[in-house]
Design a binder for this molecule. Structure first.
Ligand code: CDP
Ligand code: CDP
Length: 239
């Protein structure tokens, strides 16, 4: 049945709060299965970056029209294993991780017009299946029919420590970790309390607490679940 509707494999949805390991896990699972990875947060980040660069006042973001969003010229260009975000044809993979974007992205993502504007592009990425998508509303809104949904969680301080290490930060003192944890929790709160597609666990999601897991362990767990749910690589071999 899966093979008919999804010739390239199943859809795997990974959701969870900031820094819980969704993107790293999704990327590794996609590599393991020969699937494509969709980092949906990167799309919200690229729109935020483009609006900031265009000098559009964040107070006006709520009123952005579809035409204005089109003019920002934001695209996710499909690559072999994922999508490269571009603005005005320029690769902005590094720019969308800047602190300025971190600070503003949840505000942009709360705008219903922005979410609607993106929806077709996000759904299109799963048209043939064979996709591991990560974000906040993948299992609830974007791909509610996904064959496998996982909701990743981890203690806030552990998430903060991972985020700082990822950024090459040398200062991992308790104080610094606490400040970063508060930043992540602030974003989680905005994402969880907004009216449009809030961050929440899908009823049929498997919850994985990664606080005491290694990246390899959580990847392995999801690959096993994918195998149980019919995940096969495009060559037809069982994953
Ligand atoms: O990687 P990190 O957890 O820091 O965030 P991200 O996945 O890059 O997402 C950045 C922001 O985009 C989130 O804080 C949400 O506000 C928004 N987002 C969303 O609203 N819906 C999604 N499916 C993905 C991201
Ligand atoms: O996408 P999300 O914001 O949920 O997290 P991420 O961007 O994948 O960042 C998580 C960071 O923690 C990455 O540097 C991972 O290598 C690291 N990490 C993890 O994800 N899981 C572990 N069990 C240990 C470390």
């Amino acid at each position: 049945m899966t093979e008919n509707t999804r010739p390239d494999g199943i859809i795997i949805a990974l959701d969870g709060p900031a820094g819980s390991g969704k993107s790293s896990t999704a990327k590794a699972v996609a590599e393991r299965l020969g699937y494509r990875h969709l980092d949906s947060g990167a799309f919200y980040r690229a729109i935020t970056y483009a609006a900031l660069q265009a000098g559009i006042d964040p107070d006006r973001w709520e009123t952005l029209s579809g035409d204005e969003l089109d003019r920002l010229d934001v695209h996710g260009v499909p690559g072999e294993r994922g999508y490269v975000m571009t603005v005005g044809g320029r690769d902005v993979s590094a720019e969308i991780r800047m602190p300025r974007v971190n600070e503003h992205v949840s505000r942009m993502a709360a705008v219903p017009t922005v979410r609607e504007w993106l929806m077709d592009a996000l759904r299109e990425s799963g048209a043939r299946g064979g996709l591991v998508a990560d974000g906040r509303d993948i299992g609830t809104v974007v791909f509610p029919e996904a064959e496998l949904k996982a909701y990743l969680i981890a203690d806030a301080e552990e998430r903060a420590r991972r985020r700082l290490m990822e950024q090459g930060e040398a200062d991992l003192s308790e104080q610094h970790v606490r400040v970063e944890a508060a930043r992540l929790q602030g974003r989680d709160e905005l994402d969880s309390n907004r009216a449009a597609a809030p961050l929440r666990q899908a009823e049929d999601a498997v919850v994985i607490d990664t606080t005491h897991l290694t990246l390899e362990q959580q990847v392995q767990r999801i690959v096993e679940l994918a195998r149980e749910r019919g995940g096969v690589d495009p060559g037809g071999e069982v994953a």
